[in-house]
Design a protein around this ligand. Sequence first.
Ligand SMILES: [Zn+2]
Length: 303
Amino acid sequence: MAYVSRRILLAAFAAVIAAPVAGDGAEPRKLAVASTSIIADFVRNVGGQRIDVKALVGANSDAHVYSPTPGDAKEIAGAAIVFVNGLGLEGWLPRLVGASGSKAPLIAVTKGITPRRMQDEQHPGRSVTDPHAWQSIADAKVYVTNIRDKLVAIDPAGKAAYETNAQAYLAKLDELDKEVRSAIASIPTHRRKVITTHDAFGYFGAAYGMSFIAPEGVSTDSEPSAKDVARIIRQIKQQAIPAVFLENVSDPRLIEQIARETGTAIGGKLYSDALSEPAGPASTYIDMMRHNVRELAKALGGV
Ligand SMILES: [Zn+2]
């Protein structure tokens, strides 16, 4: 009896120490660094047991104005591959990669997506590229297939695993897309318009038929002027916009001021550019999209 239980214990111990280094038993896991928590979640879903994933910009943090740390350069130096959004999101990244001395491939996961252009709030008459493509699930699927193909390129032995993982995750995204569509369909058409702090939901709005208006542009790198805020307040009144929303990566004070001055309800908090902490309501991309659409439907009179 004692002999048997000791053998079981030893076997369990061996499994525990083997798991973190061996992946599927063959060789050490490769490290993939992702610029944001949302991209890291995609890489985790495709990489499965073969890939360790680190996000540079963590939960509830703003990727537009991030200040890299010396630890970030070390992570990149040890990475087999670096995944970034591109489309102008991570202006701080090229210097960081240069400083790290990394030779790892640097992959923009938005390759193949049709970028949205928006009017530059700071420079009227000019347009800027909107980087928030992950807010459309069809575009998120492009992220996932790009990640799959690039993981296969750096680790051909994992091809079957990456393809199986990606296929399963893409199927979940198809389900999620249906859920989002039916939740938005439950909101009366004339109420499908909201205010957020910055223009992070252009792709979401275009994909699912909603209007998002924001005092800050597609980046958070400059404060809106008094004129921008006055314009939004006018719009809320003229268009009878039913709700304003906070964002997890933005200072809430601006939206709170707008809510006060217009008497509009704060609908809740949307997760725009980053996931929540693990115990929060949006710790994965799928949970984030579910949370956001639930908050929208609740505030705007849907189900
Ligand atoms: Zn943003």
